[in-house]
Design a protein around this ligand. Structure first.
Ligand code: GLV
Ligand code: MN
Length: 225
């Protein structure tokens, strides 16, 4: 075999390699695109629609635009999930516009759950600040990975995968999460399927979950669908 290859003139091999390289898929951007200027503080009120938000005129930008205290306050966990996600995305903190990053604060009461969800536009990493958290994620091949983490320990959830965090300790827990998108988006599985407006047809849900209508009615009732 090796002797056959060596019979090709090196120029032919070079051309073959070039064709092969050309046919390989180009690397795709896995995060928001790079900014084209130092900053572009989002003008959330602009009526112009672009991919991202238009920039506030630089002459109107102040120190205030580069700081955000929205993650300092503990979220309200007195709800059916026992958890609260405070988002530090471009909508809350317009200074993040076009920078391809954002952060959340996740407060979870003992026994509470940040329910299964996925981020269509970002990979997530997180660090437990205090508490004991079971972090789980499920791959597209339906493999479940999980670990119980304590303060200072980190996790990562590859973009788009369904994941959750549950407080398995007996004290309040706090997690700070970070994303490679200024607006990661979150599709919360139970709300998506059972709380959408308009509602997903019952015949789709009974078929998808292979259950009776009464089961769908009960879940829809809980999620307002
Ligand atoms: C946690 O999963 C978060 O999305 O902040
Ligand atoms: Mn998440």
């Amino acid at each position: 075999m090796a002797s056959k290859i060596s019979q090709f003139p090196s120029q032919t091999i070079l051309i073959l390699y070039s064709i092969l390289l050309f046919l390989l898929p180009l690397p795709s951007h896995s995060a928001d695109p790079d900014p084209l200027q130092d900053f572009c503080i989002a003008d959330l009120k602009s009526t112009i629609s672009v991919n991202g938000f238009p920039c506030k005129p630089a002459s109107n930008v102040t120190s205030h635009d580069f700081f955000f205290d929205g993650l300092t306050r503990e979220g309200e966990t007195d709800n059916s999930f026992g958890s609260s996600v405070t988002q530090g995305n471009v909508l809350a903190f317009p200074g993040l516009n076009t920078l391809g990053i954002s952060m959340n604060r996740v407060d979870i009461a003992p026994g509470g759950l940040n329910p299964p969800h996925s981020h269509p536009r970002a990979t997530e990493s997180g660090v437990v600040i205090h508490g004991t958290i079971l972090v789980g994620l499920i791959t597209t091949g339906n493999v479940f990975y999980s670990k119980t983490l304590k303060a200072g320990e980190m996790f990562v959830v590859p973009r788009g995968l369904v994941h959750f965090q549950m407080n398995v300790g007996n004290k309040k827990a706090l997690i700070i999460t970070a994303f490679n998108s200024h607006l990661p988006g979150a599709a919360i599985v139970p709300l998506n399927l059972f709380g959408s407006k308009p509602s997903v047809p019952d015949y789709v849900l009974t078929k998808a979950f292979q259950v009776e209508q009464s089961v769908i009615d009960e879940i829809k009732y809980k999620f307002g669908g």
